[in-house]
Design a protein around this ligand. Structure first.
Ligand code: HEM
Ligand SMILES: *[C@@H]1O[C@H](CO)[C@@H](O)[C@H](O)[C@H]1NC(C)=O
Ligand SMILES: *[C@@H]1O[C@H](CO)[C@@H](O)[C@H](O)[C@H]1NC(C)=O
Ligand SMILES: *[C@@H]1O[C@H](CO)[C@@H](O)[C@H](O)[C@H]1NC(C)=O
Ligand SMILES: *[C@@H]1O[C@H](CO)[C@@H](O)[C@H](O)[C@H]1NC(C)=O
Ligand SMILES: *[C@@H]1O[C@H](CO)[C@@H](O)[C@H](O)[C@H]1NC(C)=O
Ligand SMILES: *[C@@H]1O[C@H](CO)[C@@H](O)[C@H](O)[C@H]1NC(C)=O
Ligand SMILES: *[C@@H]1O[C@H](CO)[C@@H](O)[C@H](O)[C@H]1NC(C)=O
Ligand SMILES: *[C@@H]1O[C@H](CO)[C@@H](O)[C@H](O)[C@H]1NC(C)=O
Ligand SMILES: *[C@@H]1O[C@H](CO)[C@@H](O)[C@H](O)[C@H]1NC(C)=O
Ligand SMILES: *[C@@H]1O[C@H](CO)[C@@H](O)[C@H](O)[C@H]1NC(C)=O
Ligand SMILES: *[C@@H]1O[C@H](CO)[C@@H](O)[C@H](O)[C@H]1NC(C)=O
Length: 332
């Protein structure tokens, strides 16, 4: 009786110990990672972002997109920032289909890195700089603020082939978008919340012109595109014109981070096919919730950004490195 109750007790003690120790054994990002080594890092990133925004009100949008495209390719490891290097067989992700002639802001990342290095040399990773810049961009545009989880290290490799296939394309349907997000551990609520980042920034004609004149070979425009917007977008993107002219992703408040993206969708005002797809049955209720309650959107957006920022980080001294120059692996 006594001995059976004591083995019963020790069973639970071991179980409890296992529950307590397991998370300690597993390295995780945390918001205080630089509190001793670079306590002012957020303020430094924020200052450079404010300067960059004065020169270019679009740049915040461009930077959060870099973080997204970084995280979807071998995790949030700064791989998108690496330039070509044939000696090290680095084929830059900058030339992958979703990025080429499209991703921007690499010079701002360099400026942030320089500012951070001058205060705390060799400490802060380029992958963490992207995560911090993304938060700063959202909060400076009127969106939510949050404590960014930190402690990512930088990759010594890039994967252009993976960038070609993992990052969703604007021509994809809801099923395929969901599949690509699920592959990153993100569910449909994350898909809808994170797509809300299209509340600011621009897109080039070449990524939506298929909707304007001859949608899927029908000889007509995409019937799910608002007729008023269609006329305006045809002005910006004439047939045979430059595919690189740009339109606002959010036609109502182009540089503000708000919930208008979702009310736009309900008026058929999504710019990309992948935006307008979100009012299809499976995700329509989430769009409805976010369009009617901005706080609900902001809350979920923060949760989903943290989830996205947790995709496959390199953690611990044995993984990756702290790059001295975000464009190059150390020693090259
Ligand atoms: C759901 C799947 C997504 C697709 C198919 C998609 C696709 C695109 C495309 C095609 C562009 C325009 C690029 C250009 O024309 O140069 C764009 C811009 C943008 N995307 Fe997404 N995106 C998606 C999700 C996201 C997510 C998750 C975020 C961030 C959390 C994001 C943030 C942005 C921002 C801010 C811009 C504007 C960038 C700028 O103005 O430089 N997107 N996206
Ligand atoms: C944050 O993570 C680092 C290791 O990645 C660890 O050294 C540090 O103790 C953690 N801080 C907290 C408060 O958990
Ligand atoms: C932190 O950085 C900001 C922005 O660069 C600067 O204004 C401030 O003086 C810094 N604070 C400390 C304690 O270094
Ligand atoms: C990388 O190299 C390829 C082919 O050698 C070239 O086309 C491309 O422009 C280079 N990319 C960058 C980012 O310099
Ligand atoms: C990218 O831009 C360059 C120069 O503007 C152009 O030659 C090239 O065809 C463009 N590539 C794509 C994929 O649009
Ligand atoms: C990625 O896609 C681009 C553009 O379609 C192509 O030029 C490049 O060869 C692809 N890279 C790899 C490694 O598959
Ligand atoms: C969806 O994904 C499947 C499988 O990868 C592909 O064959 C199909 O073309 C995709 N559809 C769209 C609309 O992108
Ligand atoms: C998606 O994941 C979040 C937590 O990350 C959870 O709160 C939410 O219920 C999930 N949504 C769906 C539709 O599974
Ligand atoms: C629309 O595209 C289809 C298929 O690509 C083509 O056969 C048709 O001629 C086009 N129609 C017009 C009006 O351009
Ligand atoms: C199209 O957009 C306008 C706002 O520009 C809106 O008033 C109208 O209701 C929208 N049309 C549809 C069919 O949603
Ligand atoms: C809006 O969402 C917030 C956050 O989830 C919630 O606390 C609030 O009750 C909601 N407001 C309404 C009117 O439903
Ligand atoms: C590429 O890497 C090699 C070997 O590490 C290095 O010597 C070279 O300077 C690098 N080239 C560039 C352009 O960064």
């Amino acid at each position: 009786m006594f001995s059976s109750s004591s083995s019963y007790t020790s069973f639970f003690v071991i179980l409890l110990a296992a529950f307590c120790l397991f998370p300690l054994a597993r390295a995780q990002l945390n918001s205080t990672f630089y509190s001793l080594t670079c306590p002012n890092v957020s303020a430094i990133v924020n200052t450079v972002m404010q300067q960059a925004l004065q020169a270019d009100p679009r740049i915040g949008a461009s930077l959060i997109r870099l973080h997204f495209h970084d995280c979807f390719v071998q995790g949030c490891d700064g791989s998108i920032l690496l330039d070509n290097n044939s000696t090290r067989s680095i084929q830059s992700e900058k030339d992958a289909a979703p990025n080429t002639n499209s991703t921007r802001g690499f010079d701002v990342v360099d400026n942030i890195k320089t500012a951070v290095e001058s205060s705390c040399p060799g400490v802060v990773s380029c992958a963490d700089i992207l995560a911090l810049a993304a938060e700063s961009a959202v909060s400076l545009a009127g969106g939510p603020s949050w404590n960014v989880l930190l402690g990512r290290r930088d990759s010594t490799s890039a994967n252009q082939a993976l960038a070609n296939t993992s990052i969703p394309a604007p021509f994809e349907n809801l099923n395929n978008l969901t599949t690509k997000f699920n592959a990153m551990g993100l569910n449909v609520t994350d898909l809808v919340a994170l797509s809300g980042a299209h509340t600011f920034g621009r897109a080039q004609c070449r990524v939506f012109i298929n909707r304007l004149y001859n949608f899927s070979g029908t000889g007509s425009p995409d019937p799910t595109l608002n007729a008023t917007d269609l006329a305006a977008l045809r002005q910006i993107c004439p047939q045979g014109g430059s595919g690189s002219a740009v339109a606002n992703l959010d036609p109502t408040t182009q540089d503000t981070f708000d919930a208008n993206y979702f009310s736009n969708l309900q008026m058929n005002r999504g710019l990309l096919q992948s935006d307008q797809e979100l009012i299809s049955a499976p995700t329509a209720p989430i769009v409805g919730l976010f369009s009617s309650n901005q706080s609900a959107f902001f809350e979920k957006f923060v949760e989903s950004m943290i989830k996205m920022g947790n995709i496959g980080p390199l953690i611990g001294l044995n993984n990756g490195e702290i790059r001295a120059n975000c464009r190059r692996v150390n020693g090259s």
